[in-house]
Design a protein. Structure first.
Length: 202
């Protein structure tokens, strides 16, 4: 019976767009599936989210990337995780870019590669993912995968803080202790310019 219900769900999600199903309903389904997962009802979550993911819903695809990374009691299959994250990134999910960056940073399913990590975090940051911005700051601060640049590090930490309305940001404030007043002024100016450019060419 469960198999029949799952097949019916897949069929409905495939056919309903032609019957006037809109993105709002898809979003409601995603939230329902996510709630089921957070409640520990993974069977229901899979029944709802897998058809959405197969149909191209980027949020659902990212869910399975996280699931196969081992998040929230999920399975650990890094190759499957990367495939789902790449699909989600291809379909416009900003956070999935950061997820891929993290897998390269830690060597999860791929050889550890800080340059590739930088590439994916940069893509995520340009799409507005705050976690990617923070991680870019870390890479710039320590020179991992990119030339060490404490001004750029502070810039990304500062942008992340401004987007989350944080008056105290450990990474930014700790980095500031290593900087001259001129470097801080330059970094703050770059932060403003980057925000005005919507995170492009920063």
């Amino acid at each position: 019976m469960k198999l029949i219900n799952t097949l019916l769900t897949v069929l409905l999600i495939t056919l309903l767009p032609s019957l006037g199903w809109n993105d709002n309903y898809e979003e409601e389904l995603y939230e329902e599936g996510l709630f089921a997962a957070k409640s520990g009802d993974y069977e229901t979550a899979f029944e709802i989210l897998m058809p959405l993911a197969l149909r191209g819903d980027a949020d659902s695809q990212r869910f399975f990337g996280a699931w196969y990374r081992g998040d929230a009691g999920g399975l650990t299959d890094y190759q499957a995780s990367l495939r789902w994250f790449r699909l989600a990134a291809k379909n416009g999910n900003a956070m999935a870019h950061g997820d891929i960056g993290g897998m390269y940073f830690h060597g999860m399913g791929v050889p550890k590669d800080h340059q590739m990590s930088f590439k994916w975090y940069k893509l995520g940051a340009e799409l507005g993912d705050k976690s990617s911005m923070n991680q870019l700051g870390v890479l710039y601060k320590f020179g991992w995968g990119v030339t060490k640049d404490i001004v750029r590090a502070y810039m990304w930490f500062n942008i992340d803080a401004s987007l989350t309305n944080e008056t105290v940001n450990y990474n930014r404030d700790n980095t500031e202790l290593e900087m001259t007043p001129d470097q801080i002024f330059t970094a703050q100016t770059l932060s403003t310019e980057c925000l005005q450019r919507n995170f492009k060419d920063c």
